[in-house]
Design a protein around this ligand. Sequence first.
Ligand code: SAM
Length: 275
Amino acid sequence: MTKELDKIIRIMGQTHGRDISLYDDSFLVKSIDRRLADTGIRNIGNYSRALSENSTEAELFFRSLNIRYSEFFRNPLTFALLEQLILPGLAAKKEKSGRQEIRIWSAACAAGQEAYSIAILLDEMAAAGPSSVPFRIFATDISEKDLLTGRTGAFDSAAVQNVRMKYLRHYFTKNGETYTLVPALRNRVDFSAYDLLEETSSCPPISIFGDFDLVICSNLLFYYRPDVRHRILDKVYNSMSPGGYLVTGEAERDIVVRLEGLRAVAPFAAVFQKN
Ligand SMILES: C[S@@+](CC[C@H](N)C(=O)[O-])C[C@H]1O[C@@H](n2cnc3c(N)ncnc32)[C@H](O)[C@@H]1O
């Protein structure tokens, strides 16, 4: 299998100019299995032949590697921790220190589902509390298509299935099966293109200086090879303020839990604090 996989990585690079060598082997194998099922091609040997002869299949395979699925309040445990502990703690810290705003980066944001979920929690907190701390959320991704959807703020019913009814009523307008965020909430999130693998900066240029109190980088690390995951984590770590928080996908918790400089905030959640 490894030999066949290496061959496919070579064909994609040399024949089609698509570098897939950064992806994790097991993810590539699963993706190839999905293409075998979809195309009816019998085995990986035949598939590598098809890839070398057929640039349409190569493009379909390449596109299948960019998993863009997301949803609002995707991980209930994480969002409960954010709502009950992390965000109120950050607001209290800001108020005490007199510093102006909570700075948040949603890295690999897809169409902004996570960024908007956090914006909803912060807006609710401000409405409920005695004073309100301003916040800025920077949402970045490599998919221009998703960034456009994010800016438009229109989502189908599957994406909002975890959104509480009172939030749906307050923050969205419904048209058929489409839920569109109200402009007041859309304006709280700044979308921009940013590749987490680029090596010349430690944070998205739109944020100017990073110094994030919270970075959410979830359901992306496990698609990449271990050394690439660590490159991404280094970048994210350097962009965080001292005492800042990092959130990953639950399935990615084990990748982060033993890293120096970060401590898990709770036994099961993928929420970490910079020492
Ligand atoms: C599965 S989605 C996860 C979205 C969201 N973070 C979540 O957990 O629901 C993965 C996202 O990572 C983005 N992505 C993949 N590689 C990236 C990179 N090198 N830099 C920035 N975004 C990337 C994809 O475009 C996609 O939107």
